[in-house]
Design a protein around this ligand. Sequence first.
Ligand SMILES: [Zn+2]
Length: 290
Amino acid sequence: MDTFQRFVTIEPTTGLPFAFFVAAVAVVGAIIGSFLNVVIHRVPREESIAFPASRCPSCGTAIWPYDNIPVVSWAILRGRCRSCRAPISARYPAVELLTAALFALTFWLRSGLTLSLPFDLAFVAAVIALVFIDAEHMILPNVINYPGVAVALVARALVPNLYGVASLGAQAHMPAWLLSVVGALVGALVGGGFLWLVGWLWERLRGVEAMGLGDVKMMFMVGAYLGWPLTLLAIFVGVLSGSLAGVGLMLKRGRRDMQMLLPFGIFLGVGSLISLLFGTALIDWYVAKF
Ligand SMILES: [Zn+2]
């Protein structure tokens, strides 16, 4: 297993084991996760994410830095505010742990110590924020999607991703960065366009709005970052997991209109992260098989 061998190898420029970097990236992930909690709470309420400092939503007491250590503080305080003992949602440590785990996996399985790393981690952070905001408020805010598209295009110029457009370049004689940006735009149009088309068809056939423009914009960002092959995989995984969850909910609650109440952004987000981490390997395996 190459992936596991890599875990115990020594990184040549520092002499440190690769596992040390994985652990360090996980710690960074927990800290970014703590910041994402602020984003998830404040962005849908249209509050500033910088000011004021974090405070208890129940009693308004400012949270001291020593009570703001990711995961640890929540465990020490047993999930309650130090001042008023009001319960603090388990979502806070959950987001911190999830971000730590996904950052470590992204570093381990995909980026390593490359220029791609900061962009991959920013992409993962944006998707986590979108998933949790969509779960609670059923919106995918523009203030995340729009800068996300811009960052994705910059990333694709600096770290060319030629997956799906490499053959095009052989004929066009384009420099790698330009070809990569063209690939990103194709990916954005495929991702956003596919979602828009499905929504449009659904509205025509059923006469109800199937999904908001937020999903379209989110997949525009995902498409720009991942390129069209990985984006189609992300949508496929999203639709599959969303349908399974929808059927599961219908069976459990015996309702037929459950699909309308499922925030689809959650499943598109899960699909995007699976596609980022395993997509290239999955598609290569699938293509080799047939
Ligand atoms: Zn309190």
